[in-house]
Design a protein around this ligand. Structure first.
Ligand SMILES: Cc1ncc(COP(=O)(O)O)c(C=O)c1O
Length: 403
């Protein structure tokens, strides 16, 4: 028998994919899973999309079903630039924006375009697993900077930069961060872009959840504050649906050009049908029509989970208070270990994502990521009840500390 494992690249051993596979695989029957950061299908505008898709296939097949230019269709880029101007108060020039096949592709392109093995990059601790995996596969050296309730601790980054750290970029998710649900404060946004300018460092801003604030408000993006030092990655996976893999990259021209060149080595172009659908949907006011209901749904789900956590979690448990998005970060008391607890949780019928994989070093042993986006509110209440029971049981049955 051939042993193909010998042929696998060194980078395959650097992956941290087990947790991600668990998230994407779903959970056994009877288990209420709060793992995936998936949008709720109730928010999918199926009738509108059905009409648009049929119309495009009938009337515009030569564009919608064809390959597209690597940076994206001109009309889609024009729409994205209009949208950026409308939502962020600043318009990218033509060569400052490309269409990507989702947010994750933009992360992969950034790795291809900027990272040589051993290059330092900064990420929040904890950070998005997909990004950490991509940085790992690029053999980057990830420097983790802590977060607190106001997001990335920019002063801690300032200290590292003053000590001589020169990362290729600083990866940050300013709104409703994955995995913590936390948001970077306005003061820190200004401080961060000031630092980037002072040291000539690129900020890599991931705005995956930005349009899903619970109350419809938002702070200025880092890119809108400092388009000279910020590369923004956006995605329509959360605000529309992930069934068309579509996003954007906007930022300094020379970086965007390099991303477009790197895209020749990935899929060469994002799908034309998705680009045209997005454009038609957006131009017809789809986002304005449907996003308010999506925001209200996620706000209501969070309210339901938050009440249930309050009711069921043992004293000493803490969790973050997201102002939008899909996620909260829960920490159990007394150093309970979430990996050790997982089999009992699954037996009790509840699943979560364990904290440690979201860290490059140690961390997250007592923390877990909970997603409230795609379960119903009664399910979230039951899930919290099960989780609380498991945590209480672990607290009473654990061995007493040595005298
Ligand atoms: C912070 C963050 N960035 C990027 C992505 C990937 O987005 P996409 O599905 O568009 O590739 C996700 C998906 O969960 C995410 O949470």
């Amino acid at each position: 028998m051939a042993d193909f494992a010998q042929a696998f690249a060194r980078r395959t051993r650097l992956r941290r994919g087990e947790e991600l596979k668990t998230i994407l695989a779903g959970s056994p029957p009877g288990v209420l899973s709060m793992t995936g950061g998936l949008p709720n299908p109730e928010t999918f505008p199926t009738e509108e999309v059905d009409e648009i898709a049929r119309r495009l296939v009938r009337d515009d097949p030569a564009v919608a079903l064809q390959y597209t230019p690597t940076p994206g269709l001109d009309s889609t880029r024009e729409y994205l630039a209009d949208r950026q101007e409308q939502l962020q108060g600043r318009r990218p020039q033509r060569d400052e924006l490309i269409v990507t096949s989702g947010g994750m592709e933009c992360i992969a392109l950034m790795c291809q375009a900027l990272l040589d093995p051993g290059d330092p990059v900064v990420a929040e601790a904890p950070s998005y697993l997909g990004a950490l995996m991509a940085f790992g596969a690029a053999e980057a050296q990830v420097v983790a900077i802590d977060m607190d309730d106001d997001g990335l601790v920019v002063d801690a980054l300032a200290e590292r930069l003053a000590d001589g750290l020169r990362p290729k970029f600083v990866y940050t998710i300013p709104e409703y961060q994955n995995p913590t649900g936390l948001t970077l404060s306005l003061e820190r946004r200004h401080a961060l872009v000031d630092l980037a300018r002072r040291y000539g460092i690129l900020i890599f801003e991931d705005v995956a959840y930005r349009e899903l604030s619970f109350d419809g408000t938002s702070m200025p993006t880092l890119w809108s504050l400092a388009p000279d030092v910020v590369l923004q990655a956006g995605t329509f996976s959360k605000s529309l649906f992930p069934g068309i893999r579509l996003g954007w990259a906007s930022g300094p021209r020379e970086v965007v050009e390099e991303l477009a060149a790197a895209k020749l080595n990935t899929d060469q172009c994002a799908g034309g049908l998705g680009q045209r659908m997005l454009e038609e949907y957006g131009r017809a006011g789809g986002f304005e029509r449907n996003l308010p209901a999506a925001r209200a749904l996620y706000a209501s789900h969070w309210a339901a989970l938050s009440v249930a956590l309050e009711q069921h979690m043992p004293a000493g448990s803490t969790w973050t208070e997201p102002a939008g998005g899909f996620l909260t970060w829960l920490t159990l008391p007394d150093g309970l270990d979430v990996l050790e607890l997982r089999p009992a949780a699954l037996r009790a019928g509840v699943a979560y994502v364990a904290g440690p994989p979201f860290y490059v070093g140690d961390g997250g042993q007592s923390s877990m990521r909970l997603s409230f986006s795609h379960r119903t509110e009664p399910e979230l209440a039951t899930a919290a009840q099960r989780l609380g029971a498991v945590a209480r049981e672990a607290l009473v049955s654990r061995p007493a500390p040595a005298p």
